[in-house]
Design a protein. Structure first.
Length: 83
């Protein structure tokens, strides 16, 4: 969905408002942390003018990857020791 939103030139805030979703909810959807109802899937697909099946395909661009990048783990030798 992030790829479709970016292609439409919309921010997350704009898309959330268009759909009647909160920003946090839209962010969880785009990050893969939300299980959608069929009703929500159809609502999103309709907003973009695409069939619902389009929302299940992998993004074609790297720009629209799922969610935020993972944080790098702290190297074992650089952690502070507890006293």
């Amino acid at each position: 969905m992030a790829e479709l939103r970016a292609k439409a030139g919309l921010t997350q805030e704009q898309q959330a408002e268009r759909l009647g979703f909160t920003l946090k909810y839209l962010q969880r959807i785009e990050g893969g942390g939300e299980n959608l109802t069929v009703r929500s899937l159809v609502k999103i697909a309709s907003a973009f003018g695409v069939p619902a099946s389009e929302l299940f395909r992998k993004p074609r661009t790297k720009q629209a990857g799922p969610g935020r990048p993972k944080l790098k783990s702290v190297a074992a030798g650089t952690r502070r020791k507890s006293r």
